[in-house]
Each structure stands twice: as structure tokens, then as C-alpha cells.
Design a protein around this ligand. Structure first.
Ligand code: FES
Length: 114
């Protein structure tokens, strides 16, 4: 697997403007759908498809415990670990995210081209 960093915003200020606190944004990056969540602890990139039945987590809400609540059956995922809070389904994938001087980046794994 190759690990690649992708720029998702030109700057932190741009990200803060486009995704206000406690809001989410659906991003399509290198063929993957990612939910970007702006939490009190900063930005988090989590897989958009809910591990339960695939609803879009970017249409969910961030609660006061820093969990994202799926809009379909209200399963809650911890935005640090990706764990479903009541152990009802598998964990969601959290992607590494870095705020750098030249932008906001996330790291994705890609299969090498054949
Ligand atoms: S699809 Fe997300 S909780 Fe069921």
C-alpha cells in the first residue's frame, strides 16, 4: 500500500471559513468519500460511509462528547478513535490529518497502480 498526503484546503483559515465549528463537510479525495468534522479539538477526517449500513456521516451531527451521530440509526462514533460508542458495529476509519503552513492535508492509503 502506498501512503499519500492530499491537500484538502489551501490554508487552515480557508478550512475554518468553509467548515465552521461542529459542522461537517463531505469531501471526495482520490476516489474516497471522507467526512471532515470540525470538532472542539480540531479537524477530523473520518470515512463518510457509516460502518453500520452505509449512511453518510457527513449528514450527521457532532455532539458535545465529540462523537459524530449517524443520521440514520443514531449510532455514535468517537472522533478520536473511530469506535462505535456502544460496540454495535465495527469501528469507522479515521484518517491522519495535518494542518501545515501550506494547507490542510489528509493521508490515504492507495493500492499501487498495476
Ligand atoms: S447506517 Fe449509520 S447507524 Fe445505521
Amino acid at each position: 500500500m502506498q501512503h499519500t498526503w492530499y491537500k484538502i484546503f489551501e490554508s487552515e483559515a480557508d478550512a475554518l471559513k468553509q467548515v465552521p465549528l461542529r459542522q461537517t463537510r463531505l469531501l471526495a479525495v482520490a476516489g474516497k468519500e471522507i467526512c471532515l468534522a470540525h470538532t472542539a479539538a480540531g479537524f477530523v477526517a473520518i470515512q463518510d460511509a457509516c460502518p453500520h449500513m452505509g449512511s453518510s456521516l457527513s449528514r450527521g451531527n457532532i455532539n458535545y462528547l465529540n462523537e459524530i451521530v449517524c443520521p440514520w440509526h443514531s449510532y455514535r462514533y468517537n472522533l478520536q478513535s473511530g469506535k462505535e460508542c456502544d460496540y454495535r458495529t465495527r469501528n469507522a476509519t479515521i484518517y491522519p490529518l495535518e494542518v501545515r503552513e501550506d494547507g490542510v492535508f489528509i493521508e490515504l492509503q492507495q493500492k499501487p497502480a498495476e
